[in-house]
Write a protein that binds this ligand. Structure first.
Ligand code: GAL
Length: 715
């Protein structure tokens, strides 16, 4: 009898799966956590080890639980969790990780899966962050380390109050194969998950809350914002020294050099040990480079060669499968992390190596471990794939944190919770256009991205790519295969030098903007749609009938998205030129905009067509902007070193900016050793613009020597 009852109950459960509204618990101001079913302990946020940047929330508007919260439903069926989050008509969605070809995500079906980007925005990418932002001013994060299937406004329930209306394909031209859908549905292949809801009110506030929740954005060392070159893979210590000297002699800036696989005795798989012929005296070499003002960054992947001295110790704490015949440290376990960290510490960090480029943690199914692999920690291969990039970032970042020394490096995989990690994502895909779209999307996902320059078929392409990378988180030439140098194309050498120096001159701006990323969660590189006064209607390129657009938000989205211009810091709108282009359209948000180079007025809330010539990447500046520049120099200022500032003002409006300062190298800012100085531009009695900067606070870091003012816009 009893057995029958149980069986009956089970049958009922199968018919009517456990469906529940979610009980929301506020975890930070404007951030709520919901639990569906039984969430797994191992999650994206647990791996990232997130500690919110609490103080930053105090500068955001007070908000209450978005009404939408009560309409979000979680269902457990078949051992899996499905989530349903309603959508309104016209609502647009952004995020879902590092996409390369699209900014608007409504209508997409995505399988969020860490992978090398394969040319399609299908969810397989370097940072498939399960976080999205709605144009309605809320955001959702699914804290699961599983491969998630996302229907971002695709699929219609028969009982939906907003179900699409059936159309007759025979005669109705507005029939569409993708009927209107009124919800985001997400399938989590686990019997439970945490879901987080972030309030706005604006989409930018949502992103700020997400970044602050994840620890605040990373604050790179000052030198990390200088210029970096990665050398050819078999370079010797002598080659590297010679190259650094050549940068100096030719007057090109250089703050760190990246060594590619050949610094190791064996690579693919890796020993993590220096090659004794190419680098006979690693400590001496690193020191000599530091004396030149150039730091060393080391390429590696984490797959351990049988010839590495740590192979034996690592073997029992590695996964069942190999990658290029190297064992895979089970970084979910303390022991594997310890072995790896000790090795890096002993071989590199202790002799002054400044950071790493951790490669190939993203995948390509044909070489990383398959999903049937097992790991001693008991973590599933799938979960390991989703989090390996987080582990390598967290582990290596800890090495530097322990020494109270900041690092800034590169990584090829990441995920949710990574905002505070000092890493920039890159890849091998090399489409200039798509690199810019990735830069835009990085700002929706709490990650940084560099549109690196490698080689080019023409000097035009070289210069165009170089101009873009200067307006990105990491100004880098990656010459591991090509051996190109900034002066490789003599016809554009001067232009390249001008932009490399511009990068250096703008360091006080970049540094302050990264401080805003850290303290306020504002992404330094981000989409136009986050800019007040930006009207997406202006960007519309497709000629689709209105009825069609109304029914199909996906087409509507794609027809309007702006994916080739972006905001860089508070004031700059960057509109890269691509090879072959002589003119382009730029969409200016409302408000007066000025040319970055000349200070001349260019427009207000309109589309303009520009023909800047090869020497210029179009950059526009907001009215009242204040841009702190420093003197051009070849290396970032060291801790305590004073520099002269030239403060530029653009337009006619008064301006106010906060200039950030600290030692630029340590974590002492976390203990209060930093300062913000108020810069103001206002009109005097005669109506003339005048600038002031507040005094440096006593006992606080101050890198400013003399200040001069430049009013870029002629009155
Ligand atoms: C690739 C990486 C390149 C370069 C190369 C060296 O996987 O994306 O940037 O480091 O490996 O072998």
């Amino acid at each position: 009898m009893k057995k029958r009852l149980i069986l009956g109950a089970m049958a009922l459960l199968m018919l009517f799966p456990a469906k529940a509204q979610i009980a929301w618990q506020q975890v930070e101001p404007g951030v709520w956590k919901g639990i569906v079913g039984t969430p797994e302990e191992y999650s994206l946020l647990s791996v990232a080890g997130v500690t919110p940047q609490k103080e930053g929330f105090s500068r955001l508007p007070e908000v209450t639980l978005p009404g939408l919260a009560n309409e979000i439903v979680g269902t457990i069926q078949d051992g899996k969790t499905s989530l349903r989050i309603p959508l309104q008509r016209k609502e647009q969605l952004y995020g879902f990780g590092l996409n390369f070809q699209t900014v608007h995500q409504r209508g997409k079906i995505l399988n969020l899966h860490v992978d090398h980007y394969g040319g399609r925005d299908n969810g397989r990418t370097h940072a498939p962050v399960p976080f999205y932002i709605s144009s309605q001013g809320y955001g959702v994060l699914i804290n699961s380390a599983r491969y998630l299937t996302v229907y971002a406004g695709s699929g219609a329930r028969k009982d939906s109050p907003n179900a699409p209306v059936a159309k007759d394909r025979n005669l109705d031209k507005t029939w569409t194969s993708a009927p209107y859908s009124d919800a985001v549905s997400i399938l989590v292949p686990a019997p439970g998950t945490e879901i987080y809801l972030f309030a706005g009110p604006t989409p930018m506030d949502v992103i700020r809350r997400y970044n602050l929740f994840c620890g605040g954005g990373t604050l790179p060392p000052r030198w990390g914002l200088g210029f970096t070159q990665r050398t050819k893979k078999l370079y010797t210590a002598e080659d590297v020294k010679k190259e650094a000297d050549e940068f100096e002699q030719r007057g090109f800036p250089l703050d760190f050099i990246g060594l590619e696989p050949g610094w190791q005795s064996k690579a693919y798989p890796c020993t993590f040990e220096w090659d004794a012929t190419r680098y006979p005296n690693p400590a001496g070499f690193v020191k000599e480079m530091l004396d030149r003002g150039v730091r060393i960054n080391l390429w590696t992947n984490p797959y351990v060669s049988p010839e590495s001295k740590i192979y034996k110790d690592m073997y029992p704490v590695s996964g069942s499968h190999t990658v290029w015949c190297g064992i895979v440290p089970d970084l979910a376990g303390e022991k594997a992390r310890r072995i790896w960290m000790d090795k890096l510490e002993q071989e590199h960090v202790s002799i002054g190596v400044s950071g790493y480029k951790v490669d190939e943690v993203d995948g390509y199914d044909r070489y990383v471990w398959p999903d049937v692999a097992t790991f001693p920690s008991g973590i599933a291969a799938e979960q390991m794939r989703q989090t390996y990039g987080l582990w390598v970032q967290r582990t290596t970042a800890e090495l530097y944190k322990k020494r109270n020394q900041r690092t800034f490096g590169l990584v090829r995989a990441s995920n949710a919770g990574a905002a505070s990690f000092p890493y920039v994502i890159y890849n091998d895909y090399y489409s200039h256009q798509d690199f810019i779209t990735a830069l835009i999307n990085s700002g929706f996902s709490g990650v940084l991205w560099t549109p690196e320059v490698r080689s080019s078929k023409s000097s035009e392409d070289w210069l165009r790519r170089f101009q873009s990378v200067v307006f990105s988180p990491m100004a880098m030439i990656n010459a591991w295969a090509s051996g190109t140098k900034p002066w490789t194309f003599p016809e554009v050498e001067n232009q390249i030098k001008e932009y490399a120096m511009l990068r250096m001159q703008m360091m006080p701006y970049w540094y302050s903007e990264f401080a805003r990323y850290h303290f306020d969660g504002i992404p330094p590189f981000r989409a136009m749609s986050l800019e007040p006064g930006f009207n997406p209607e202006q960007g519309s390129t497709a000629k689709l009938s209105d009825a069609h657009l109304e029914d199909n938000p996906y087409l509507e989205a794609v027809s309007k998205e702006i994916k080739d211009q972006y905001m860089a810091g508070e004031y700059l709108l960057v509109a890269p030129m691509f090879t072959g282009q002589t003119e382009r359209m730029v969409v200016l948000p409302k408000g007066d905009w000025y040319d970055f180079y000349t200070g001349k007025y260019v427009g207000n809330g309109e589309k303009i067509t520009v023909t800047p010539g090869l020497d210029r990447i179009p950059v526009y500046v907001k009215d009242g902007a204040i841009l702190p520049f420093m003197e051009a120099r070849l290396h970032a200022p060291k801790a305590g070193e004073k520099v002269n500032l030239e403060i530029r003002h653009y337009g006619k409006a008064d301006g106010a900016y906060r200039l950030y300062d600290d030692d630029g190298e340590t974590f002492d800012y976390e203990k209060g050793a930093y300062s913000w100085r108020d810069i103001k531009v206002t009109r005097d009695k005669k109506g003339k613009l005048k600038g002031t900067i507040s005094k440096a606070e006593k006992g606080k870091p101050n890198n400013v020597a003399n200040v001069t003012w430049k009013f870029m816009t002629e009155e």
